[in-house]
Design a protein around this ligand. Structure first.
Ligand code: HEM
Length: 509
C-alpha cells in the first residue's frame, strides 16, 4: 500500500514537473510580487490571507491593475482588474472557463443541467427563460413577500432586544426564509430539517479556502487529464454534503412545481412567488427544468445576500452617526419607493463594493487569445504593451475586490467603508461592466448574477425594516477584532476563524 502511495505521488510529482517545465508562459515579462514558495507561489497570500486582501490590495497599489503572480508549483497567473481586460474576460465565456475544480463542485451540487453548469446555446436558452422571473417588473411583484419576511426577522429580534445577538445567525436565517418564501412560496418550517441545516451552517463552515484546496485547484488546472482527481475530490465530505443538498432541494422543487402546476390547471391561485410567476409566463422551460434549478437558487441567493447585509450592519455599528442618518432617511421617506432613497441605496452599494461575495473569479483560457487593456503597462524589459497574449491552459484571475478598490473610479480612500461617496459625486462610474452601479459584485457578461435585482430588493426591505426599528452597536469593552475571510464567499470572522458578528441590538421608538 505504501509502495502504491509512494509510486502515485512520484508519478504525480514527475508529471507536474514536466507539465510546468515544458509550458512557456506568454505573460512572464509582466512585473509582479516575488514568490515566497515554489509549492504555493503567491496563492496562499492571495486565497488564504487574513484579513482577505492583506497582500492583494498592497499589490494593487504597487503593481497597478494588471500584474503577474506565481501559482503553485512554479505556474504563473495573470491578475487583472483593468476594466477593459475584465470586460473582455467576462464577456468571452467560451474562451475563459471556470476552473475544473469549481466545475466539479458545481456539477455535484447542481447536476449536469444546472444553470451554472450548462454552456453555450443551452445556457442562453435557460437564462432567457429564467430571466422572465427576475426582471425589474417581476421582482416588484415580490415586494410584499419580501416585506413580510423582513417583518418576521424584526419580530424575532423583538424578543432579544437589548441583548447581544450574533447577527450572522439572525440574518442567515432571514435570507434563507426570504429565498424559500419568495422563490418557492414555502416557509422554512415546511422544509426538510436536514436541508435547512446544510444550507444554513454546514456548507458555510466547510467551504473555507485552505492550503489543500489551493493545491487541489492548482492540480486540477495543471493536470486536466488526471480525471482521477475528479473522483478523489468527489470523496471530499463537503461534496457529499453538496450532493445531499442537491437531492433534497430538487425533491422540494419538484413537489412545489407539481403543486403549483396542478393549481393553475385547476383554475386555482398558485401564489405570488417566483415559481408561480414563472409557471404563469409559459416559458420554454419544462417543469423539470425549473425544479432542477432549486439547489442553485437556494444556495446562490442565500449566503451571498446574508453576508452583504451582515457586513453592512457591522459597519454601521462601527459608525453610529452614519447609522442614525440612514435611519432618519428610512423614517422620513417611509412612503417613497425604495429605489428613491439615496442613503439606503448608498449603503447597499458600499456594502457590495467593499465586501463582494465573489472576491476573485478564476478563469482558464481554453484557446489562445489576446486580452486588451484600458491603459498600456510596462513589461520588466521596459516595453509598453496595451494587449496581453494568453495561451490555452493559462489562468487569469479577475480581481473583483481589487477592481472595487480602484481610487480613480471610486474616489479617495477606497479602502474605507464610506457610503456617502455614492451621494456626494465622488464615484466616477465609467463604462458599464457590472449590471448594478457598475460594480462587479454581481459579475458581468453572460454569467452575470441572475438574481441581482432580487438581491437588491431583498436588501432594501431588510435594511429598511431593521434599521428603522433597531439600533446596532458593537459590544462595549470588547475589542473590535472581526475581520474579512474568504470561504465560499467573503464572510466576517472572529480571530478564531468562526463566522460570527455579535452586536448589541436595541429596540427603538
Ligand atoms: C448580494 C447578493 C448576491 C451576490 C453578490 C451574487 C453574486 C453572484 C456572482 C458573482 C455570480 C457569478 C458567479 C460566477 O459565474 O463566477 C452569480 C451568479 C448567479 N447568481 Fe447571484 N449573487 C447574489 C444573489 C443572488 C440571488 C438572490 C439569486 C437568486 C435568487 C442569485 C442567483 C444566481 C444565479 C442563478 C447565478 C448563476 C448565473 C449563470 O451562471 O447564468 N444570486 N451571483
Amino acid at each position: 500500500m505504501n509502495y502504491l502511495l509512494a509510486f502515485t505521488s512520484l508519478a504525480v510529482a514527475v508529471t507536474v514537473y514536466i507539465a510546468v517545465c515544458t509550458r512557456k508562459v506568454s505573460f512572464r515579462a509582466i512585473p509582479g510580487p516575488p514568490s515566497p514558495s515554489w509549492v504555493f507561489g503567491n496563492m496562499l497570500q492571495l486565497w488564504v490571507s487574513s484579513p482577505y486582501g492583506k497582500y492583494e490590495f498592497a499589490w494593487l497599489k504597487e503593481y497597478g491593475n494588471v500584474y503577474r503572480l506565481k501559482g503553485c508549483f512554479g505556474q504563473d497567473r495573470l491578475m487583472v482588474s483593468d476594466p477593459r481586460a475584465v470586460q473582455h474576460v467576462l464577456n468571452n465565456v467560451d474562451t475563459f472557463r471556470i476552473s475544473p475544480l469549481v466545475e466539479t463542485f458545481l456539477h455535484n451540487f447542481e447536476g449536469p443541467r444546472g444553470i451554472q453548469v450548462v454552456q453555450g446555446a443551452e445556457h442562453r436558452r435557460m437564462r432567457t427563460a429564467l430571466n422572465v422571473a427576475f426582471t425589474a417588473s417581476a421582482v416588484r411583484q415580490y415586494q410584499e413577500l419580501f416585506e413580510n419576511v423582513a417583518r418576521k426577522i424584526s419580530s424575532e429580534l423583538e424578543a432579544t432586544s437589548e441583548s447581544v445577538v450574533d447577527v450572522c445567525q439572525v440574518i442567515g436565517a432571514g435570507t434563507l426564509a426570504a429565498i424559500t418564501e419568495v422563490v418557492l412560496g414555502r416557509s422554512v418550517e415546511e422544509l426538510d430539517e436536514e436541508l435547512v441545516q446544510i444550507l444554513s451552517t454546514a456548507l458555510v463552515q466547510d467551504t473555507r479556502q485552505t492550503p489543500s484546496s489551493v493545491v487541489a485547484n492548482a492540480l486540477s488546472v495543471l493536470l486536466p487529464q488526471f480525471n482521477l482527481l475528479k473522483h478523489v475530490v468527489s470523496l471530499l465530505p463537503v461534496l457529499s454534503l453538496l450532493r445531499k443538498a442537491r437531492k433534497l432541494a430538487t425533491r422540494l422543487g419538484t413537489q412545489v412545481i407539481e403543486e403549483k402546476a396542478a393549481a393553475l390547471e385547476g383554475g386555482m391561485d398558485p401564489g405570488d412567488d417566483l415559481y408561480a410567476y414563472l409557471l404563469r409566463q409559459n416559458t420554454t422551460l419544462t417543469k423539470e427544468d425549473i425544479a432542477i434549478q432549486t439547489p442553485v437558487l437556494l444556495i446562490a441567493g442565500q449566503d451571498t445576500t446574508a453576508n452583504t447585509l451582515t457586513f453592512g450592519l457591522l459597519e454601521l455599528a462601527r459608525k453610529p452617526e452614519l447609522q442614525e442618518k440612514i435611519r432618519q432617511e428610512i423614517h422620513s421617506m417611509a412612503d417613497s419607493p425604495y429605489d428613491n432613497r439615496p442613503l439606503l441605496n448608498a449603503l447597499i452599494k458600499e456594502s457590495l463594493r467593499m465586501f463582494p461575495a465573489e472576491a476573485l473569479a478564476e478563469r482558464i483560457v481554453v484557446r489562445d487569445t489576446v486580452i486588451p487593456l484600458t491603459e498600456s503597462i510596462s513589461t520588466m524589459a521596459g516595453e509598453h504593451i496595451d494587449h496581453i497574449p494568453v495561451r490555452k491552459g493559462e489562468v487569469v484571475l479577475v480581481g473583483i475586490a481589487s477592481y472595487q478598490r480602484d481610487k480613480s473610479r471610486w474616489g479617495e480612500n477606497p479602502d474605507k467603508f464610506d457610503p456617502l461617496r455614492w451621494v456626494d459625486g465622488r464615484v466616477i462610474q465609467g463604462e458599464a461592466i457590472g449590471p448594478y452601479a457598475n460594480l462587479l459584485s454581481f459579475l458581468g457578461g453572460p454569467r452575470t448574477c441572475l438574481g441581482w435585482r432580487f438581491a437588491v430588493m431583498e436588501m432594501q426591505t431588510i435594511f429598511s425594516e431593521l434599521l428603522g426599528k433597531f439600533s446596532f452597536a458593537l459590544e462595549e469593552d470588547k475589542p473590535d477584532d472581526l475581520f474579512v475571510q474568504l470561504a465560499v464567499s467573503l464572510q466576517p470572522s472572529d480571530p478564531d476563524g468562526k463566522k460570527v458578528v455579535p452586536l448589541r441590538i436595541t429596540r427603538l421608538l
